[in-house]
Design a protein around this ligand. Structure first.
Ligand code: UDP
Ligand code: MG
Length: 311
């Protein structure tokens, strides 16, 4: 009887110098894994270098264990993960970066933890060595903001380095929302999760392909897909500003007509009206954003619940 399969999903973009090394590293680790057959899936996210050529070579060398998918162009890592999850046939899926920053040596521990009953095993980077002070600061500020507004908080510095069970992968595959941020969605599924600490290594070759623009796009998806607080904030600001405006206008008018007509000039009342007017406009926007929020949630079409067991 053939062994059950365990998928190793590797999204790659311009990683030609790392393909062979990462495949070799996974196979080296696999010498110590007896119970599962590896299924390595490289998703070439529209690389412009020789990445696909390297993947083809790796597949010809071990056609039984390696597969490749090539995108027509660069659609982004999240899209590559989504594609890989749909292709994966394993009983569990391990996701690792193609630059060897995520040590494959952790895979046996992933498997052991999964076997012990955890549906999600996440590796948390203790000490991101590849990051400069600026990147560290912006990343920690971003995670703070995200966790403040998001309905699904995630650990700062969390990466995509993880194992998910077939059950979790199926749930993720069944989600119809278009802008997926897998780190958050995996957490959102709510399955029992274990966290293994590790220290990320330096890149094997090449440089990070995450430009500021790409990071910004990711940040936008992370916030928008998991939070409606920015929209609610418009509504709240509208209510608050309208209330302040009404109080100011009424207070000033009452003071003018009942206490001291000369003291309150026309311009100060005009100023109060402007505040009230801005408040009313914001309120109108806020009411619309409440409806937009409802529409967004409907279009996003996330299930309202997931069932883990029935008896
Ligand atoms: N990646 C990808 N598509 C992209 C950007 C990155 O598939 O548009 C892959 C990349 O090849 C690597 C992983 O995602 O395997 C992480 O990228 P990178 O190492 O550049 O990010 P960092 O480690 O700096 O966060
Ligand atoms: Mg990297």
């Amino acid at each position: 009887m053939s062994k059950p399969v365990l998928t190793v999903l590797i999204p790659v973009f311009n990683e030609s110098r790392n393909i062979e090394a990462v495949a070799e590293a996974v196979f080296r680790v696999w010498q110590g894994i007896q119970d599962y057959a590896p299924e390595i899936i490289f998703v070439d996210d529209g690389s412009r270098d020789a990445t696909w050529l390297e993947i083809s070579k790796a597949v010809s060398a071990r056609p039984e264990a390696i597969r490749g998918i090539r995108f027509t162009r660069n659609f982004g890592k999240e899209a590559a993960i989504e594609a890989g999850l749909r292709e994966a046939t394993g009983e569990a899926i391990v996701m690792i970066d193609g630059d060897l920053q995520h040590p494959p040596e952790l895979i046996p521990e992933f498997i052991a933890t999964w076997k012990a009953g955890y549906e999600v095993v996440r590796a948390a980077n203790e000490n991101p060595p590849h990051k400069g002070a600026f990147k560290k600061l912006t990343s920690s500020l971003f995670y703070r903001f995200l966790n403040f507004v998001s309905d699904t908080p995630i650990e700062p510095g969390s990466s995509d380095f993880c194992l998910i069970s077939r059950t979790v992968a199926d749930k993720l595959n069944s989600l119809s929302e278009r802008e997926k941020f897998h780190r958050i969605l995996t957490k959102w599924t709510g399955y029992k999760t274990a966290v293994i600490p590790y220290t990320a290594r330096d890149r094997h070759a090449g440089a990070t392909v995450y430009t500021t623009r790409k990071l910004f796009a990711l940040a936008r998806i992370a916030v928008i897909s998991s939070s409606t607080i920015p929209m609610t904030a418009i509504f709240v600001a509208g209510v608050a500003l309208s209330a302040i405006g009404i109080l100011l206008v009424l207070g000033l008018l009452i003071y003018k007509f009942f206490v001291d007509f000369e003291y309150i000039g026309g311009s100060i009342i005009l100023g109060a009206f402007i505040i009230l007017d801005n408040g009313l406009l914001l309120l109108a926007l806020g009411v619309m954003s409440l409806y937009q929020m409802a529409m967004y949630r409907t279009i996003q079409n996330r299930p309202t619940y997931l069932v883990s067991e029935r008896i």
